[in-house]
Design a protein around this ligand. Structure first.
Ligand code: NAG
Ligand code: NAG
Ligand code: NAG
Ligand code: NAG
Length: 383
């Protein structure tokens, strides 16, 4: 009897705990709840052991965004995403089945009333990063897994609801009708089983100042130090340089990664995904890229700085007229005060960053490198 009563109470409570998703009106599956499908296919539900139709775009292709809703990607600037374990914890709570569950004391709380294990991390030191990918196609039906290029990484994700993704300064404009983007995340093996996260959305590059297209993305190779798996040294020549595909892992079909349970593919230096904008994804980014291998020659980065108009380095938005696009503005700043909330959240971040415990070496292997055009011969030791 007691069991039945507690089961009843349990099923009445809104389903809050667990996992994470990118939430924005431009996404496929924005209004999908745990009742929409005959299984829990909310955007936050993890993806694994599925056939292609079931994992691709989270099986949300029949739940498109409304006409005119785009997630904007301003070149050379950050785009701010909202990542949470429940839609009710985001600015879009109004259309969430459980209503507003945001944390009044911490707008950056990814999963109010839960511990960090709900979003699969033991703490700040245990973050493995997440990423945004883009396909320069406007028809989602035409997009294949091999079309996506990771253009921005946040290596300290999922940690705050408002998460910044730096947009490369040289992103070319999207075709008429915009581009197709997706959020990708594979979490640390220390807090939960092997699983993928994918939320597709409609996006548009704004303020573009370059027409140079992206290179064809290839599969990222494991090359960074990984002390936990007894690899103490990075193997920089083993890395994939330039445009890279997202990781497709642990499904039944169309995987491109075959790593084991305790060595998941991750969006950080271990697979040569630098923190922030992926500035080397264009067809002219490298003068040469040898076939990667532990003992191969290193690639040679091209000096592309001369190809950017000088004015763009100072102020691209006023100096160069952005492409006329005539699309509805669906950026975060429209509407409900989330910008003020974001400003507050940003200040709160200083505390979140304090408790480091890993050794400096391990940290550097994961999140310290930056591309430097002036030191283009030293591609790996960039710090
Ligand atoms: C989601 O639901 C809200 C509230 O019912 C509605 O206004 C909005 O148009 C819906 N969006 C989509 C993409 O279905
Ligand atoms: C990752 O997101 C956090 C939270 O918004 C932000 O403070 C940080 O600067 C971002 N990292 C990068 C490399 O953009
Ligand atoms: C080189 O990359 C391959 C493919 O990701 C990986 O299997 C191998 O372990 C890597 N070798 C080293 C030394 O990092
Ligand atoms: C950027 O523009 C401002 C105002 O036009 C000017 O004062 C400043 O010197 C410029 N900075 C650079 C680095 O060109």
């Amino acid at each position: 009897m007691l069991a039945i009563v507690s089961l009843a109470i349990f099923t009445l409570l809104p389903r809050v705990s667990g996992h994470s998703a990118f939430f924005h009106p431009s996404m496929w599956g924005f209004n999908v709840t745990d009742k929409t499908f005959d299984y829990d296919n909310r955007p936050v539900a993890p993806i694994k052991n599925m056939n292609f139709d079931k994992w691709w775009f989270h099986n949300h292709l029949d739940y498109p965004p409304n006409e005119g809703d785009f997630f904007e990607l301003p070149v050379g600037e950050p785009a701010t995403a909202e990542i949470a374990c429940n839609k009710g914890a985001t600015s879009y709570f109004a259309s969430s089945e459980g209503g507003d569950i945001r944390d009044p004391n911490n707008p950056n709380n990814v999963c109010p009333n839960s511990g960090t294990e709900a979003y699969h991390t033991l703490g700040f030191d245990d973050l493995e990063g997440c990423a945004l990918a883009i396909a320069y196609k406007s028809d989602v039906k035409q997009v294949q897994p091999e079309d996506f290029t990771i253009f921005s990484v946040n290596q300290t994700c999922v940690w705050t609801r408002f998460t910044e993704f730096q947009v490369p300064a040289r992103m070319p404009p999207c075709p008429e009708g915009g581009c197709i983007c997706s959020f990708f995340w594979i979490h640390s093996p220390n807090s939960g089983g092997e699983e993928n996260y994918m939320n597709g959305f409609r996006c548009d590059v704004t303020g573009s100042i370059s027409d140079v297209p992206l290179a064809k993305p290839t599969v990222a190779r494991r090359c960074g130090a990984d002390p936990v798996n007894n690899r103490l040294q990075a193997a920089p020549a083993n890395c994939t340089y330039g445009a890279k595909q997202p990781f497709y892992w642990f499904n039944n079909e169309r995987n491109n990664m075959f790593e084991g349970t305790y060595s998941p593919p991750v969006y950080n230096d271990r697979y040569n995904f630098l923190d922030g904008a992926q500035d080397d994804i264009f067809i002219d980014s490298y003068l040469s890229v040898p076939t990667p291998a532990p003992n191969a020659a290193m690639p040679l980065l091209a000096d592309v700085s001369a190809k950017l108009p000088i004015a763009s380095i100072n102020d691209s938005t006023t100096a160069i007229a952005p492409r006329a696009c005539g699309k509805a503005d669906s950026s975060l700043s429209s509407g409900d005060g989330s910008t003020a909330e974001y400003a507050k959240a940003k200040r709160d971040m200083s505390d979140a960053h304090r408790p480091w415990s890993r050794s400096r070496i391990a940290l550097m292997s994961r999140r310290s490198r930056k591309l430097d055009w002036k030191k283009r011969r030293s591609l790996w030791n960039m710090w």
